[in-house]
Design a protein around this ligand. Structure first.
Ligand code: HEM
Ligand code: HEM
Length: 177
């Protein structure tokens, strides 16, 4: 409940580290790629499900989706470790409770996406579990809405509220209040 730092826990950093920033943008590009190109795995997925052999190009497209998705999972593990050990700067002062709640909820959904999407995809692809593929499939609109809210939030912070929220996800140095 309290905003105080618990004994033994490091104070919140004033900025994200370079590694956190790099991971954020590399993973953002990977997620956009996965969502935009996601349907390319469809033909190979249907072929496996129906017990037929997919065309070589379809299998290649599927392998790209699987490899990039597994890469997201590997980077997510590193990212969550850094989030726990380094922490994150506090949200700007003077935000409404509603704004803070939305920002935190969207971040939680995005963390869920980078962990649960590779896992559900892998269970579907390697385990042939169709229900996991269905969950994976229906997650797409949720991801699109969460990323859209996230991007609008970042742009409003930068251009309307003129806070350093976007800048601190671009450059690691300390920013004056
Ligand atoms: C962050 C990582 C991932 C994202 C954002 C993602 C996103 C997507 C999207 C948008 C689709 C197309 C859904 C549709 O409109 O039909 C899809 C399909 C699929 N993906 Fe992924 N994916 C990820 C990782 C993976 C991984 C690691 C695997 C396998 C190891 C995988 C396996 C599949 C399969 C089998 C389908 C077809 C499922 C179906 O349409 O029913 N995905 N993915
Ligand atoms: C597309 C996939 C994306 C994912 C999965 C993603 C994920 C995340 C997550 C989980 C955080 C919270 C970090 C933390 O404090 O623990 C975050 C922060 C942030 N993201 Fe993204 N992001 C994405 C795209 C973008 C884009 C396109 C922009 C730019 C408009 C952006 C701008 C930011 C900013 C400015 C922050 C820092 C927020 C703050 O310091 O309070 N993100 N992102």
């Amino acid at each position: 409940m309290s905003a105080n730092v618990a004994p033994g826990v490091a104070a919140r950093p004033t900025s994200y580290s370079s590694a956190q920033i790099m991971l954020h943008w590399v993973m953002a590009a990977m997620i956009v790629f996965q969502v935009v190109m996601g349907e390319n795995i469809g033909p190979a997925w249907l072929a496996f499900r129906d017990g037929t052999t997919p065309a070589e190009a379809d299998l290649f497209a599927a392998n790209v989706h699987v490899a990039v998705g597994m890469g997201v999972f590997a980077l997510a593990v590193i990212r969550i470790f850094l989030r726990v050990t380094h922490g994150a700067p506090p949200l700007p002062a003077g935000q409404s409770r509603l704004q803070t709640t939305i920002a935190h909820a969207v971040h939680a959904i995005l963390y869920l996406v980078i962990v649960a999407m590779p896992i559900s995809g892998a269970i579907a692809w390697f385990g042939g579990v169709e229900i996991a593929g269905t969950v994976h499939h229906f997650a797409k609109p949720v991801i699109v809405i969460a990323v859209a809210l996230h991007v609008v939030g970042a742009l409003v912070q930068h251009f309307v509220k003129k806070t350093d929220v976007l800048r601190r996800m671009i450059r690691p140095e300390r920013h004056a209040a």
